[in-house]
Design a protein around this ligand. Sequence first.
Ligand code: MG
Length: 378
Amino acid sequence: MLAGYAVHAEDSRGRRYPEPPHPYRDDFQRDRDRVIHARAFRRLEAKTQVFTRRYSDHFRNRLTHTIEVAQIARTVAAQLDLNVDLVEALALVHDVGHPPFGHAGEKALDAAMQRHGLFFDHNLHALRIVEDFESRYAAFRGLNLTFEVREGIIKHSRDYSAAQFPELAEYLLDQRPPLEAQLIDPADEIAYSTADLDDGYEARLLTLPRIREGVPVFDSFFRDAEREFPQAIEKLQFNEALKRMLDRFVGDFIINTQRQIGTAGVNSLQDVRAFPRRLAGFSEEVDRERGEAKEFLYQNLYLSPALESEKASAERVVTELFDFWMEQPESLPASYQEKAQQEPLARVVCDYIAGMTDNYIYQQYEKYCGESSGAALP
Ligand code: MG
């Protein structure tokens, strides 16, 4: 039973190219499945989230991170009587626009584009992937996703102004996205702020005393875990504390969003869209705790000297390859050379690089920039 303010599949604004209904899956279930079968989705497996493969094969990559976000988002959506299939489609697609090498790759790609008066934005890139680059169907380009999934790709984490992005006008930029899209970003935050503590601890870049000192909410759950399981090894006490922290964030997110929906008097999807702010979010108290965890991760993990050489290497590979193809576009694959007849070369080179996995870009670097990947690796 969906809430009145949920997105109902039968009310979808539909696809760019109309298609007959499927006998046993609705439009959002089909969109979710189209994302799963997309090449860009499979490539997430070989893209860095925070740690490269150098650390461990059981740390998160962008694919397993995506699956964790989908798990959290589904749980929240079900509790709020939202459309779980739409939420799952949006969670699974939320990171497909990310270039290789995590945040460092994105920064380097954007900096390279800025030198040509352009920019790189992973949400806009994700939209280009599902609209244009995915080539699976004889009847149309792209995945031909419903309006609601494309809108969610654009709006899940930020607002774009219609004045600055006239090409996005069809996505109702003056309105809030449906709650299904609003909950993706907080679910993403919950997923990575707990997972990165876990992987950082396992990588021995974060120590237990440092985490307990820097993340008070974790510390209080760790004290409970020690008291309840005094015989358990430290890692299992750690897991217990982390699980409870995740549960606290998810529970608060559900209850606070429910409360905000009630206070706002929102009863329909149109009310959600017309409301002046987004309604999905944490309480003040938990938002502060989440902020502390995030800040701790920035200071002690993302910006730590331990990951510095990896980031420098990522930056070098992206920047040098970008400049190489700008100077020698004849070395691009034929399909990209063709595209460069219609679009700025920098955009075409950017699209090519953004689609690459970590492995593939290292191969290309070795091939064209004359260094073995061993030299590029930290
Ligand atoms: Mg993410």
